[in-house]
Write a protein that binds this ligand. Structure first.
Ligand SMILES: [Mg+2]
Length: 375
C-alpha cells in the first residue's frame, strides 16, 4: 500500500504569516489543532512539513531566533497528537535560487518513489507557490486562502487545486470524508495458458453485475455471491473447459480472492470478521471468515454426491481454498448432510452473507481492527 502524503506549509496555515523569530510572534491559525489532529490520527497520511524560512542563519534571522519558536510550535502540536513524519525547511533567501526552496522540489526527491502515492497526496499552503509546488511534484493542492480569490489561479494551478479554503475544519472534513466515502473498487485481469479472467469489483455496491464462466452450475453459485454479498462484481472467465472444469474454478477463486484483498486496501474501519448460519430446506450451512491477512481453510464438509449436474462437488472445496489463499483470509465452512445441490448453494449463500458483514466499513471509524497494527 503506497503512502499518501500530507505536505504542510507552516507559516500562514499553522501559525500566522510573519518572520517568526520570537515566542511572542507565535500566533496559531484558528482551528488548526482540531483539524490537524483529526488528519494525523486518521492514519491515512504520511505527514511532512515543507517550509521556506528566508535567510535563517543570517544577521537578520539568527539560527537561534528561528529554532526557539519553531521547537515551541512543534512541541505544542505534538501535545495535540500532531506528529510530523518528516520536516523539510529551506533556510535560503529568494535570491539564492536554491533548488530546495518552494516551489522547487529539491528537498522532496524521496517522495518521487514507488513508496508514495503522490497522485493522491496533498500540499496545503497559503501561497500560490505552494500550489505551484504541488504542480511540480505531481500531487494535489489545497490553497489555504479565501475562496473568493479563485480567479488568481492560472489554469495550470487550478488543475491541481482540489479546494480553496481558509477554514481548517472544512479542509479536514473534505480530506477525510472524501476518502471515507470513496467506493472501494478494483479491476483485475488474470491470464494464463489455462484461463483468461477479467474482473471488476466494488465492495460498496448494491449486488449488481454478472459472473460468467460457461459452467452453468458454477455461474448459478457465483450469482449467489453477487446477490447476497452486496458487492458489485463483473467477472468473465474463459477457461480450458475442453480439459475439464478444474482450472476455471480454481482461477476464478484466485482472481476473486485477489480482488477482495486489493479492494479492501488498508482495511481501516472494516468489520474484518463475518459469519452466517443459513438454512436451506433440510440443510444448515455455517460460514465464518476473517480478513486476517493469513490464509487458512477449515473445511468441515461431506457432500452426499460426487456431481451436481455435470459439476464435480470436489471443486467446491478447491474454489474456497483458492479464495482463502489469495484473499489471505481465514475461512471456516461447515454444512450438514442433505441434498448435494442444497449443501453447495447454502454454503455459497452463507459465504456471501459473511463476506457482506466482514467487508462492511464504518464511515465514522478509521480504526484498524487488529492489536498487531497491521492486517
Ligand atoms: Mg506559507
Amino acid at each position: 500500500m503506497r503512502k499518501k502524503v500530507l505536505f504542510l506549509d507552516r507559516d500562514g496555515i499553522i501559525v500566522e504569516e510573519d518572520q517568526v523569530d520570537s515566542l511572542e510572534k507565535v500566533k496559531y491559525i484558528p482551528g488548526v489543532f482540531g483539524a490537524l489532529s483529526r488528519l494525523c490520527q486518521s492514519g491515512q497520511f504520511h505527514v511532512a512539513m515543507v517550509s521556506n524560512q528566508d535567510g535563517v542563519g543570517t544577521p537578520s534571522f539568527p539560527q537561534e531566533s528561528f529554532e526557539i519558536p519553531h521547537q515551541r510550535i512543534m512541541q505544542t502540536l505534538a501535545g495535540e497528537g500532531i506528529l510530523f513524519d518528516d520536516v523539510h525547511i529551506d533556510l535560503s533567501l529568494p535570491e539564492d535560487n536554491c533548488p530546495g526552496r518552494k516551489p522547487r522540489i529539491g528537498m522532496l526527491g524521496e517522495y518521487q518513489t514507488d513508496a508514495y502515492d503522490l497522485e493522491h497526496s496533498v500540499m496545503i499552503g497559503d501561497r500560490l507557490t505552494d500550489v505551484q509546488l504541488a504542480c511540480n511534484l505531481g500531487c494535489k493542492a489545497i490553497w489555504f486562502a479565501d475562496p473568493s480569490r479563485s480567479n488568481e489561479l492560472s489554469a495550470e494551478l487550478a488543475s491541481v487545486c482540489i479546494l480553496i479554503s481558509n477554514n481548517w475544519a472544512q479542509i479536514a472534513s473534505f480530506l477525510l470524508d472524501e476518502s471515507k466515502l470513496a467506493p472501494r473498487t478494483t479491476t483485475l485481469k488474470r491470464q494464463t495458458k489455462e484461463t483468461d479472467i477479467s474482473l471488476s469489483l466494488n465492495l460498496d455496491g448494491g449486488g449488481l453485475g454478472t459472473m460468467e464462466t460457461h459452467l452453468p452450475f458454477f455461474d448459478h453459485m457465483l450469482d449467489q455471491i453477487l446477490r447476497h454479498s452486496g458487492c458489485d462484481i463483473s467477472l468473465h472467465a474463459h477457461g480450458d473447459l475442453v480439459v475439464d472444469e478444474h482450472h476455471t474454478v480454481e482461477d476464478v477463486g484466485l482472481a476473486l480472492g485477489a480482488a477482495f484483498l486489493e479492494a479492501l486496501g488498508d482495511k481501516r474501519g472494516i468489520n474484518r470478521y463475518g459469519h452466517e448460519i443459513l438454512p436451506m430446506d433440510e440443510v444448515l450451512a455455517q460460514v465464518a471468515l476473517d480478513f486476517s491477512g493469513r490464509p487458512y481453510l477449515q473445511w468441515n464438509v461431506s457432500f452426499s454426491r460426487e456431481y451436481v449436474g455435470s459439476f464435480p462437488t470436489e471443486l467446491v472445496e478447491h474454489f474456497f481454498k483458492s479464495f482463502s489463499d489469495s484473499a489471505k483470509c481465514n475461512l471456516s465452512v461447515t454444512v450438514s448432510s442433505g441434498n448435494g445441490h442444497h449443501q453447495i448453494e447454502a454454503i455459497f449463500k452463507a459465504f456471501a452473507r459473511a463476506l457482506r458483514f466482514a467487508v462492511h466499513r464504518n464511515p465514522y471509524s478509521d480504526a484498524l481492527p487488529s492489536t498487531k497494527g497491521v492486517l
